[in-house]
Design a protein around this ligand. Structure first.
Ligand SMILES: [Zn+2]
Length: 130
C-alpha cells in the first residue's frame, strides 16, 4: 500500500462529485444491462474513466472548483428532497402551510380546529384550519 500512498501524493483523490459520477455510471450500467443497449455501457465506462482521471489529477485547485460547482447544484435539490421526506413523516401529526406574504413553509399541529397563525419570519397573521 506504500506505493499507492506515494502515487496519490499531491493528487486530488475522490470527492462528492466522484461519488455522484460513480453512482451515475452504476445506474447507467444497470440500465444498459436491462435494455441491452451497448452505447449506454460505453457512456458508463467513459464516466468511470473520467472519475479516475479526476481522482489522479494533480490540478487540485481546478478539481475543487468542479466539486464546488457540483455541490451548488446538488445541495438545493438535496435539501428540497429532505424537507419533502420530513413533510411526509410529519403529515400525521402536522399540517403544512405557506405564509401568504413571504412563502415560508409553516408547520401547524393537526386537530386544533381553526387557529390563528403568525409567521415567525415576517409576522404576518392568517387563519388556518388544522
Ligand atoms: Zn411570512
Amino acid at each position: 500500500m506504500n506505493w499507492f500512498k506515494k502515487f496519490m501524493n499531491g493528487r486530488y483523490g475522490f470527492d462528492q462529485l466522484s461519488k455522484g459520477m460513480l453512482w451515475f455510471s452504476i445506474i447507467l450500467m444497470v440500465i444498459g444491462m436491462f435494455t441491452g443497449y451497448r452505447l449506454i455501457n460505453y457512456v458508463a465506462y467513459l464516466i468511470l474513466l473520467f472519475t479516475y482521471i479526476r481522482a489522479f489529477s494533480k490540478n487540485v485547485y481546478k478539481r475543487r472548483e468542479e466539486n464546488q460547482r457540483f455541490l451548488r447544484i446538488l445541495n438545493p435539490i438535496k435539501s428540497k428532497w429532505l424537507s419533502f421526506i420530513n413533510r411526509i413523516k410529519q403529515s400525521k401529526t402536522h399540517k403544512f402551510y405557506k405564509c401568504p406574504s413571504c412563502k415560508k413553509q409553516l408547520r401547524v399541529p393537526r386537530g386544533k380546529g381553526k387557529i390563528n397563525v403568525t409567521c415567525p419570519e415576517c409576522k404576518t397573521k392568517f387563519e388556518a384550519r388544522s
